[in-house]
Design a protein around this ligand. Structure first.
Ligand SMILES: [Zn+2]
Length: 222
């Protein structure tokens, strides 16, 4: 499965829309044997794909073959992180030109850091190794559907392609109920946040907003 998500992001106070290519590592072929719903609610299966559909299937399988080693590496990291007692069973790999740049697992327990998710950790390490904060020429492979924080980090890093393995439900099934994994789907079904959110008004709001005008000539926009 592959789709392009459109999300609104705000960076340096400027709202913009970004697109990122997202692929599920599912091996389910979506061409060649597509089902068509009949008017009575049943399905008929198209067993004879057209030449175009056949080509699309071959192309998709080639991409899956290319993705498999990297998603496997992310999954191996998930196991390794648990074995080492570093955190939850999540792994992520950043890839550039077919080469692994960083390969990390969840480090929340080890680092005593709730933001040390596998994807964030892998992005940080990749940026350090490449010496830049823009990973536009990279892809990221995550063992599981990213949470909103990691999804946001993927966007901020400008990574061009996100491939994930497990759907959120697999993590939710073992108790990750704070996983809030619906970022890609644009829903908040699993979100169980009980936090109060408030924007200040009056002087506090003015002072906070003045930061941008007062500093705009003193930093470089990236
Ligand atoms: Zn995350």
């Amino acid at each position: 499965m592959s789709l392009t998500a459109s999300v609104g992001v705000e960076e340096n106070g400027v709202a913009r829309e970004e697109r990122v290519s997202i692929s599920s590592a599912s091996t389910a072929a979506t061409t060649g044997s597509e089902r068509t719903m009949r008017v009575d609610g049943g399905y008929v299966t198209n067993q004879r794909p057209s030449v175009g559909e056949g080509f699309a299937k071959v192309h998709e399988e080639a991409i899956e073959d290319r993705d498999f080693p990297f998603i496997s590496k992310a999954v191996a990291e998930a196991y390794e992180g648990v074995r080492l007692g570093h955190g939850g069973p999540f792994g992520a790999v950043v890839v550039r030109d077919g080469e692994i740049v960083s390969c990390c697992h969840n480090m929340v327990l080890k680092n005593v850091d709730p933001t040390a998710h596998a994807e964030v950790t892998a992005i940080r390490e990749a940026c350090q190794k490449l010496g830049r904060y823009d990973l536009a020429d990279c892809e990221i492979y995550a063992s599981c559907e990213p949470c909103p924080m990691c999804f946001g980090a993927v966007h901020l890093s400008r990574i061009k392609r996100l491939v994930y393995g497990a759907e959120a439900e697999a993590a939710v099934a073992v108790g990750f109920d704070d996983f809030i994994a619906d970022a890609i789907r644009g829903t908040a079904y699993y979100q169980k946040a009980s936090m109060e959110i408030k924007q200040v008004d009056g002087k506090g709001k003015s002072a906070a907003e003045e930061v941008f005008q007062n500093t705009k000539s003193k930093f470089v926009m990236y």
